[in-house]
Each structure stands twice: as C-alpha cells, then as structure tokens.
Design a protein around this ligand. Structure first.
Ligand code: AMP
Ligand code: TRP
Length: 330
C-alpha cells in the first residue's frame, strides 16, 4: 500500500490557511493509503516558544486532526518527539545536505532576516534536515502540504537522489509533494499580499475564533477597486483570496466559483456568501474539536500512534544505519 505523510508545527493558533492548505487534505488519503500524520513538535522548538503554550498547542492539534476527519484507527497520529528515530536519522542525514542549499531555503531566509544575526538557532537553519528525516523514515509516496512547504519536499527529493546514488541502491523512496490546486496559499484578510500565518489577529481567521468574530473579519476583509468578482491575484488580490477560500471549502474550481458570482456586483453580498460557507465548515469542526479535548482520549490516541510509528520508523532507521556502515549488531 502506498503511504502518505504530513505534519503541522504546534507553534500557534492554527488558521483557516492551515486548514485549507493542509489539514483538510490529510484525510483524503486515509482510506486508500497508509496515512501517517504527526505533530512536528521538535520543529516547533526552532523558534522561541513558551513551554506551556507548546504543550497546549500540541493537544489542540490532535483534536484538530480528529475534527478534520482523521480517524485514529485508520491514520497513525503521533508526536514527532515520541519517535526517537526522527532525531537519530536527523544526525545521519545532516551530513548529506549542504549549508549552501539550506541557506537558500525561502522559509529560512524569511524567518532569519527578522532576527538578530547572532541569535539564529542552528535548528532553524537545519529545519529541512529533520523534515527530510520525517518523510524518509516512513517511505512516504506523497506529502500533502501547502505551497510554502513545497521547496522543503523538493530538497528532500534531491537528497533521495544523492543518497541512493552514493550507496548505489534504491534505499529511499522518492516522495511527491501534493499541493492543493485551490487554496495552497491563503492570504491575510487585512493585507492580501501577505500570507495568512498565525500572527495577525485582524487578518487571520483562527480555527478557534468565535464564529461571530469570523463573520466580522470576513465582512471587513480588504477588497479591491471595482465591484466585479473574478480571479486576478495581481490586480484583485483581496477578491481573489476570498474566491479561493470559497472554492476550496465548497470543493469546486475557481472557474465554478467565478460563474456563481458573475452577476453579483456587490462585494458585501459576496463576502456574506464567503462568511456563510466558512461558518458552515467551522461549526461542526469546532464542536468536534471541543468534544475530543473533553473526551480525555488524546493520550490514548498518541500512545497507539507512537507504537505504530516507532515500529515503521525503527525498521527504516536500521536499514539506513546498515547502508552507511554503522555496525548494527544483535
Ligand atoms: P505550519 O503552520 O507552518 O506548520 O504549516 C502547516 C501546514 O499548513 C503546511 O502544509 C503549510 O504549507 C500550510 N499552510 C500554512 N499557512 C498556509 C496558508 N496561508 N495557506 C495555505 N496553506 C498554509
Ligand atoms: N515544515 C512543516 C510546516 O511548517 C511541518 C512538517 C515538518 C512537515 N515535517 C514535515 C510537513 C514532513 C510534511 C512532511 O508546515
């Protein structure tokens, strides 16, 4: 059976961007693939984070996964830090990725340029190494992610070539990034030229937001000149972003969404339709999220996930150790 793998960092309040770009796509694979979905808690440490917040965010993400339709019987849901093979393979793989290519990663450049040059953690720089390990430990065929993570999966593909060539065998499988056709990059509602990214309370819709606030945020989203509704991210970034949100949540194409609103020449009316669909999706989602947190089942889910993930990951790790010449003995 083919395998799918993805994860989210527990670094803040998840947004509608996370939901559309990643979360809602995770369940697409759980019936036909072996599905591994984890919480990238070690990656969360790559930028300073309060320990209590990290722990709470971690539990939140488990509940979000279930609320988004993941079934722990079918999908292995686990914590990265519960599977020590992630850290071990990281130590091996760091020797096969180069400082030049790591320093060209957009995410590293964006995050580090906002920081004091003398206080950029090594983990932030080496972030993609650990991410490659995450993917390779499970022989993932597909990796569903939003647009911003595509470059990291591509780096992982380069590493697979490099590693397999070096040892002259097909040790690692070639993973393929799966980027949603609609909604791979949801923009901020207050500045549609910026990505929606857990940090702007006005422009971000948080998955835990009160639904009245969600409606208010959408109704006051920054829009563009004119009154026609069509997709043109350069000249009409605000309207185009709302069209993406609408189309993605309705599971239709942008063209179909444009068709629905072609005779609607009032932005207010269009925004109301967008708010309605967002609320329609978030209402059961939030109810399920609360139910999971209250159920006390989080630890049980993570224990079982860790058991299954460790089994697979440790097998891969042994193969890797043998390949590079570490002495694996009885
Ligand atoms: P992160 O919050 O950085 O751990 O991202 C988790 C997942 O959500 C990744 O697959 C990202 O690509 C995706 N993602 C984050 N922000 C957005 C956004 N604004 N639009 C679409 N996908 C996003
Ligand atoms: N880097 C991803 C993000 O920020 C999270 C992540 C870590 C991930 N390891 C992964 C995603 C492996 C897919 C596969 O969104």
């Amino acid at each position: 059976m083919k395998r799918s793998l993805s994860g989210i960092k527990p670094t803040g309040n998840l947004t509608l961007g996370n939901y559309i770009g990643a979360l809602k796509n995770f369940k697409k694979y759980q019936d036909d693939y072996e599905n591994f979905i984890f919480i990238a808690d070690l990656h969360a440490l790559t930028l300073p984070i309060d320990p209590i917040e990290l722990r709470n965010n971690t539990k939140d993400i488990v509940a979000f996964y279930i609320a988004a339709g993941l079934d722990p019987e079918k999908t292995t849901i686990f914590l990265q830090s519960d599977v020590s093979a992630h850290s071990e393979i990281n130590t091996i793989l760091q020797n096969y990725l180069y400082m030049g290519e790591l320093s060209r990663m957009t995410q590293f450049k964006d995050k580090s340029k906002k920081m004091n040059e003398n206080a950029i953690g090594l983990g932030l720089f080496a972030y993609p190494v650990l991410m490659c390990g995450d993917i390779l430990l499970y022989d993932a065929d597909v990796v569903p992610v939003g647009e911003d993570q595509k470059q990291h999966v591509e780096l992982c593909r380069d590493l697979v070539h490099r590693f397999n060539n070096r040892y002259n065998k097909e040790l690692f499988k070639m993973p393929e990034p799966i980027i949603p056709k609609v909604g791979a990059r949801i923009m901020s509602l207050s500045d549609p030229t910026r990505k929606m990214s857990k940090s702007d309370p006005k422009g971000d819709i948080f998955l835990k937001d009160d639904l009245n606030i969600v409606r208010k945020k959408i109704m006051s989203a920054v829009t563009d000149l004119g009154s026609d509704i069509y997709f043109d991210p350069v000249n009409k970034p605000g309207i185009s972003n709302l069209l993406q949100i609408y189309a993605s949540l309705k599971e239709i194409t942008i063209k179909e969404a444009e068709e629905i609103f072609k005779d609607c020449h009032r932005y207010g009316e269009f925004k109301k339709a967008v708010a309605d669909v967002v609320i329609e999706v978030l209402t059961p989602f939030q109810a399920k999220y609360k139910e999971v947190l209250a159920s006390g089942k989080i630890d049980e889910i993570l224990n079982e996930g860790a058991r299954r993930a460790n089994y697979i990951a440790n097998k891969t790790l042994i193969k890797v150790k043998k390949t590079v010449g570490l002495y694996v003995h009885k």
